[in-house]
Write a protein that binds this ligand. Structure first.
Ligand SMILES: CSC[C@H]1O[C@@H](n2cnc3c(O)ncnc32)[C@H](O)[C@@H]1O
Ligand SMILES: [Zn+2]
Length: 431
């Protein structure tokens, strides 16, 4: 059993008291955290000691919504509304995707997430075996689901559902426990109520949660009311979706009744603020959702609508935009934003017993941010600096399950040069 002590750092815990420990230390044994606190007097029980040199150590960030293979489409379709973007640009190109595209796109996204301090991510796409293998190899953590669009014949729908279920079964608890799975109808506008019901039934059978896009645009909500007589929230609730553990991405256009339902049914909401802004979709009422007790976390959505996977950008956007909307600077504090990217991310994935905060007994998923440069001076408030002044480019070390996968900016598990080369090559094959 290998024991390692990281000392002489500022430890931002995201625990229930939001403790920040100056001149603190964290001890790990194999994959677990065994100590969090002030630097111990005696280091002798540790095999390895790492001097954090005053840098900030915090829980690995958690990205609760995305589509990793779409990194191949970075900059391909900017400045368009969601429906035009999807129907005229993205879906036609995705129709040309092979498993090889999914593989190299996923690897490029994983590389970018590790580089910017994400240790756990949600992925909804197809060719999910390639993505799971990429997660396994890179050492990151993934909550993965085969996204299901319900267009086409019934035969096609049934084969997609089977593929999604087979994937969810075979990779659950995969990669040494770093992979869990969900079932994922793409949205209420691409899946009929009957099909969504079948997917819900399958989630009961497999005992896995559900994930979907929901209430992303005003157009979607109006169309849902026109087609089914209800908002997407009421529609999904009537179908029994929220009787299952569920995570919805976006929830931009939700009214007070919708928010009551989300709170009552403990539906987890992934807030994708930058993607929602870039696609002109709107701004989710996060202040209100938090006030009502909804668990809100942060997601990037894909590179094609973001255009990167740096959760530090989402942190700053989430902690500033809602203040502007409400004209109230107390809405979504830096601390609340950081909780959305850490412990609330873990709660949104039903992983809070394992990750999301630095506490003894949890898995050792954490990152070290270089705070020895101007953006972190003077050293008043590390949480404020991380949220308002930090950047993913400041991340120097990344650990998942006790294993270091980024060391002073150098990848330890993946071949960066090869991934950049192959991702570029695969993107050319799409045009
Ligand atoms: C069936 S795999 C996932 C599917 O979702 C598409 N997608 C990417 N971003 C968004 C978004 O913001 N709203 C709705 N759908 C989105 C992606 O292109 C895949 O086809
Ligand atoms: Zn999405």
């Amino acid at each position: 059993m290998a024991r390692k002590l990281l000392y002489n750092g500022t430890i931002v815990t995201s625990n229930t008291k939001n403790e920040v420990i100056e001149n603190g230390a964290i001890g790990i044994e194999d994959e677990k955290i065994i100590y969090v606190g002030a630097a111990p007097e005696d280091f002798s029980s540790y095999d390895e000691k790492v001097d954090l040199k005053g840098n900030i150590l915090l829980p690995g960030l958690i990205n609760t919504h995305g589509h990793t293979p779409m990194s191949l489409l970075r900059g391909y379709a900017d400045d368009l509304h969601l429906q035009t973007w999807l129907e005229d640009k993205i879906w036609p190109l995705e129709a040309k995707y092979t498993a090889e595209h999914a593989k190299w796109g996923a690897k490029l996204s994983i590389l970018e997430m590790i580089r910017t301090g994400t240790t756990t991510f949600v992925d909804m796409y197809d060719n999910m075996d390639e993505i799971a293998k990429a997660v396994e190899e890179a050492g990151i953590r993934g909550v993965l689901c085969r996204g299901i669009i319900g267009f086409g014949s019934d035969e096609l729908r049934q084969s997609k559902l089977k593929e999604a279920a087979d994937f969810a079964k075979s990779w659950y608890n995969g990669a040494g426990g770093r992979i869990t799975t969900m079932l994922s109808p793409h949205s209420p506008y691409t899946c009929s109520p009957e099909y969504i019901s079948q997917i819900i039934d399958k989630s009961v059978e497999l005992n896995v949660p559900l994930h979907t896009h929901m209430s992303e645009t005003k157009f979607e909500v109006e169309k849902n009311i026109e087609d089914y007589g209800d908002t997407p929230v009421v529609h999904l609730d009537n179908l029994g979706f929220f009787d299952r553990p569920s995570l919805v991405a976006h929830a931009v256009h939700v009214n007070d009744e919708d928010i009551e339902i989300l709170a009552e049914k403990d539906v987890k909401v992934s807030h994708n603020v930058i993607s929602n802004l870039k696609l002109g979709s709107g701004i989710a009422p996060v202040g209100k959702m938090l006030e009502k007790g909804v668990t809100v976390s942060l997601g990037t959505d894909s590179v094609a609508s973001n255009n990167n996977l740096d959760l530090f950008e989402e942190l700053k956007a989430a902690a500033t935009i809602h203040k502007g909307v409400a004209r109230d600077a107390t809405v979504v504090t830096a601390q609340q934003a950081l909780r959305m990217a850490t412990i609330q991310g873990a709660e949104s994935l039903w992983l809070e017993e394992r990750i999301g905060s630095l506490e003894v007994g949890k898995d050792a998923d954490f990152i070290v941010v270089n705070s020895n440069h101007s953006f972190f001076y003077p050293k008043h408030n590390p949480v404020s600096h991380l949220v308002y002044s930090g950047s993913g480019r400041d991340v120097k070390d990344v650990y998942v399950q006790g294993k270091q996968i980024l060391d002073n900016g150098q990848f330890k598990t993946i071949d960066e040069e090869k991934i950049l080369y192959e991702a570029n090559r695969m993107s050319k094959l799409l045009s």
